[in-house]
Design a protein around this ligand. Structure first.
Ligand code: UGA
Length: 444
């Protein structure tokens, strides 16, 4: 099938590549000419395991092309995806200007009946606005061309995006016309193996499904962070509590890891946007507001543990080794990352930072620029050189197997703040380190 995709960001690039991988003829279009040129050369703008070889192979095979030519892309696609960004507006609602700009572009160039697919995470009602925008532009052109607008939200996780895309656990299709569902089922047939993964519903339910999924996951995290904070105060260990409740299948093991707060391009933005939608329709989103408030507080928790440990002496002049800058492992993405809050607070308190992240150093350089109180180090061990204390912010695998005795030997103040609970307090203590985790009351 001939497919066009507007937007070569995370979702667009991964979706386009996976659709090409199963044999579709895909054209990805982006307004950023430099990015399109780099993609032609096989230079991928994001770090995502498995993506680069797949882009190169499908590009070489002629199934995956990149262009800035919107007219060509619209003419190419029997199915045209909108996968551009929806950054938060000042009030937290999703900014739809890029989505609606693409809708206008589609209207301007449409020549034959097409299915337009909303893949971006967009508030309920956006498909209607996309439909109205395209119709308006077509009317202005005096063109009478049939088109349909479908909501097909994406559930891929950064760091596992290719895997999630190739083996989705569900494929949500929000359609008004059953014929559009049939066409998309043909498009996705190669991904629908073993059991039926299609969930077909109306457009608005599909749009809400995406937000509900992310808000539910964010709620689980904030809930556990709340329990962690209580555990800290009552002298309990939240890791024990986590094991004690996760075995109940109604609760489950996933997304109950307390930590330094959730970040990334999705949870913070989507929880806020859903809360805004609720307010706009006259519903007070008590729970969503609390989920966000708990997360905001949690992002400051590591700094609180640090200042509590150092007490009256303060941390001015101290040097902190920070392990992990990305918002989670296996990505170089630092959007809304907890590390950003921590670093800002450490600097504010007069401390210096020696940071190491296996993938996010370039991103950190771009965000923070050159500053005297930040050294971006080439290795985890390097970050410890001359540091007084260690703070773990992202749970990259390599940090889990650190030799704590060596960590102890390098740190001036022999203290570790474990923002993701990757060490056992007793192991850290055996190595001669003072240990602080999240919600580990016994060691705080
Ligand atoms: C999230 C969802 O998991 C995807 O299903 C969804 O498709 C995607 O958003 C999206 O809307 O595009 P992602 O943002 O890539 O994916 O990352 P997650 O793996 O969900 O992690 C989000 C944050 O939650 C990270 O900062 C992570 O450290 C934190 N987290 C996760 C916890 O603090 N505790 C946990 O138990 C799990």
């Amino acid at each position: 099938m001939r497919v066009s995709i507007f937007g070569t960001g995370y979702v667009g690039l991964v979706t386009g590549t996976c659709l090409a991988e199963v044999g579709h003829d895909v054209v990805c279009v982006d307004v950023d000419a430099g990015k399109v040129e780099r993609l032609h050369q096989g230079i991928i703008p994001i770090y995502e395991p498995g993506l680069e070889p797949m882009v190169k192979a499908n590009h070489a095979a002629g199934r995956l092309d990149f262009t800035t030519d919107a007219a060509r892309a619209v003419a190419h696609g029997e199915v045209v995806f909108i996968a551009v960004g929806t950054p938060p507006d000042e009030d937290g609602s999703a900014d739809l200007q890029y989505v609606l700009q693409v809708a206008r572009t589609i209207g301007e160039h449409l020549q034959a009946p097409t299915i337009v697919v909303d893949k971006s995470t967009v508030p309920v009602g956006t498909a209607d606005r996309v439909r109205a925008t395209i119709a308006e532009v077509l009317a202005a052109r005096g063109a009478d061309i049939a088109f349909d607008v479908v909501s097909n939200p994406e559930f891929l996780k950064e760091g596992a995006a290719v895997e999630d895309c190739m083996r989705p656990d569900r494929i949500v299709l929000g359609v008004d016309d059953p014929r559009a569902a049939e066409k998309l089922k043909r498009l996705y047939a190669p991904f629908n193996r073993n059991h039926d993964r299609f969930v077909v519903m109306d457009v608005r339910s599909a749009e809400l499904t995406k937000y509900a999924a992310n808000a539910m996951l964010a709620t689980k995290i904030s809930f556990m962070n709340e329990i962690a904070n209580i555990a800290e105060k009552v002298g309990a260990d939240v890791e024990m509590v986590r094991k004690g409740i996760g075995s109940d299948p109604r609760i489950g093991w996933h997304f109950i890891y307390p930590g330094a707060g959730y970040g990334g391009s999705c949870f913070p933005k989507d929880v806020q946007a859903l809360a805004r939608t609720a307010q706009q329709v006259g519903h007070q989103p008590l729970l969503l507001d609390a989920v966000e408030a708990v997360n905001e507080r949690q992002k400051g928790h590591l700094h609180e543990l640090v200042t509590r440990h150092y007490g009256d002496g303060g941390i001015s002049g101290k040097t902190f080794a920070v392990w992990g800058l990305a918002f989670k492992p296996d990505t170089d993405d630092m959007r809304e990352a907890s590390s950003r809050r921590l670093l800002a607070q450490l600097w504010e308190s007069g401390a210096r930072v020696r940071a190491y992240d296996p993938e996010a150093a370039d991103e950190a350089r771009r965000i923070f620029g050159d500053r005297d109180d930040l050294v971006l180090c080439a290795s985890a061990a390097d970050a410890l050189d001359g540091a007084d204390a260690l703070v773990v912010v992202t749970e990259w695998k390599q940090f889990r197997s650190a030799d704590l005795a060596q960590v102890r030997a390098k740190l001036g103040d022999a203290v570790v703040f474990d923002g993701r609970n990757i060490y056992r307090p007793e192991d850290a203590e055996d190595a001669g380190l003072a240990y602080y985790g999240i919600g580990r009351g016994r060691s705080v």
